[in-house]
Every structure is written in structure tokens, then in C-alpha cells.
Design a binder for this molecule. Structure first.
Ligand SMILES: [Zn+2]
Length: 79
């Protein structure tokens, strides 16, 4: 259910966070942090997990949006 006119790049892996993958949508100024191998499939559009959105102020003065997705197994609670 991804609109065809919005480019999605990823996943990008981050060292130290093997259970998370990061998808970016440059045209929409969005970054999605999604749990790997979760019980559901996460999407960048109307994800059923109800991701938390945070505004990110960048060095050039623009604002990006970080979507923190919620894993169904609650892995983000056990740091
Ligand atoms: Zn999600």
C-alpha cells in the first residue's frame, strides 16, 4: 500500500541496533525506524502499530519527521 510517487529507500542498518532498520522517504522528509522481524509488517503509510512521530530540527533549518514504530513484542522497552 505504498503510493508509487514517493520514493522509499532502505533499509539502512545502524551499528549497535541490530533489531531495527531505518527507511527514509526523502521527498516527504520522513525517517522510519522499524523493528526487524516483528509479528506484523510495518509500512511507511498508515502503519497499524501507530508510530510515534517526532519533529527533527536539522542543521540547515529544515524539519524532518522521525517515525518510531512500535514492535508488538515490546523490544524497545528493554534497552
Ligand atoms: Zn509500524
Amino acid at each position: 500500500m505504498q503510493p508509487m510517487d514517493v520514493e522509499v529507500t532502505g533499509p539502512h542498518m545502524v551499528a549497535g541496533l541490530p533489531d531495527w532498520e531505518f527507511w527514509s522517504r526523502p521527498m516527504a522528509d520522513e525517517l522510519h525506524a522499524q523493528p526487524v522481524n516483528d509479528l506484523i509488517e510495518h509500512t511507511c503509510e498508515d502503519c497499524p502499530c501507530g508510530p510515534t512521530v517526532e519533529a527533527t530540527h536539522r542543521e540547515d533549518g529544515s524539519i524532518g519527521w522521525t517515525y518510531m514504530h512500535h514492535s508488538l513484542d515490546g523490544r524497545e522497552l528493554s534497552e
